[in-house]
Design a protein around this ligand. Structure first.
Ligand code: MRU
Length: 365
């Protein structure tokens, strides 16, 4: 996508072909900063401390983290160490484990002297595959938006989204946002309600910035406004991303997604999840019981980042110092509340049959 008219991906290689460049998302929307990752440890910090975030981009950055390590030390021990260090950075997004397993299985049979080149090549492919997956999710989701638009001629289609499942969360396009960009390109009158997404405000900081940068009409709302808007017919559909979706269609995503799904269900608003196949955890059925939910620092709840009127980017305390702070970062929406899963292979029901219908190669598992 574009920043000030210049095309960007969220991750790319520097001219030396080895250094990994990422957008440091902590400073958006106020400053556009790029950071260089030189080592495995740099990549691990960037993921853990959320310089980059979003399940697909976490996976892509981890793949390059493995490549950085192979350039420094291509031994078997270093390969396993890199897998372990990166794996513990963020526990919920399954794309992380998917990318690490993929890299390790590709690299293990390669002679150590050739591992760095092989690692960079596979990491680049993972990035290109992510872009193509999201483009196809966009095409498949576009049909859903077109159908809604056809049912309300002359009136805008209102889409609510939560957190940031945009191009900053992926390598390009975004998952939940790809259908929106494509609908806009086709001239459909779309408008996006952007949940601010406390505690880290990925909606306010990132999704709103993306929408503004591409001229998509949008309105930032507090997380608690969605139910009210749905009751009053202001939301035609919800599209969210996911950090891990189980084999039966339970959807783990940013904290607060479940409440949006409940409100959508109560008001007959279709609730769709944009789902790239590396985000499916085929080993898990019951998402509520089996998916590990990342518990992040209470500081993210007790403090809020922003820019002061004088231009300083800083954080302010919003709770009493003595108050205990809890911060579960994700929740699980049961499959029964999900209208459909928008994948790169098509749209399916959030059921085992629906998923295996699109991914028949999984029937043997
Ligand atoms: O904690 P984050 O910002 O990494 O959480 C991101 C989300 O929950 C996204 O909605 C999800 O990763 C899907 S991104 C295509």
């Amino acid at each position: 996508m574009k920043v000030d008219g210049k095309p960007y991906r969220s991750l790319w290689l520097a001219d030396d072909g080895r250094t990994v460049c990422v957008i440091d998302q902590r400073w958006l929307p106020h400053e556009f900063r790029v950071v260089d990752l030189h080592t495995l440890e740099d990549a691990a910090v960037a993921i853990r401390d959320m310089w980059i975030r979003g399940a697909p981009l976490i996976g892509a950055t981890a793949a390059y983290g493995m490549a950085l390590q192979m350039a420094a030390d291509p031994s078997d021990a270093a390969l396993d160490r890199a897998w372990a260090i990166l794996h513990e950075t963020r526990p919920t997004a399954i794309n992380l484990r998917w990318a690490l397993d993929e890299m390790r299985s590709v690299l293990r049979p390669v002679a150590p002297a050739d591992r760095a080149d092989a690692a960079y090549a596979r990491a680049a492919e993972i990035c290109d595959e992510d872009v193509e997956i999201n483009r196809r999710i966009g095409e498949n989701g576009l049909g859903l938006i077109e159908a809604i638009a056809a049912g309300k001629p002359g009136r805008r289609v209102n889409i609510l989204t939560h957190c940031n499942a945009g191009w900053l969360a992926t390598v390009d396009w975004g998952t939940a946002t790809a259908p929106i960009y494509m609908a806009r390109e086709k001239g459909i009158d779309v408008h996006v309600y952007v949940d601010e997404t406390r505690p880290r405000n990925q909606g306010a900081h990132l999704t709103a910035w993306e929408m503004a940068g591409h001229g998509v009409p949008h309105t930032l709302i507090v997380d608690n406004a969605g139910g009210h808007l749905m009751q009053h017919g202001e939301v035609d559909m919800v599209i969210v991303g996911t950090d891990r979706t189980t084999a039966r269609g339970d959807v783990c995503n940013k904290i607060g997604t479940y409440l949006k799904a409940l409100a959508a269900h109560d008001n007959g608003v279709p609730f769709y999840v944009a789902l790239p196949s590396p985000t499916i955890d085929w080993t898990v059925d019951d998402g509520v019981k089996e998916i590990p939910i990342e518990e992040r620092s209470g500081d993210e709840v007790g403090w809020v980042w922003g820019r002061t009127a004088s231009g300083e980017i800083t954080r302010v305390r919003i709770a009493p110092e003595e108050t205990e702070l809890g911060n579960p970062a994700f929740d699980v929406t049961p499959a029964r509340l999900v209208t459909g899963l928008i994948t790169e292979r098509g749209v399916c029901a959030a059921t085992p049959e629906g998923l295996k219908g699109l991914f028949p190669e999984r029937n043997s598992i």
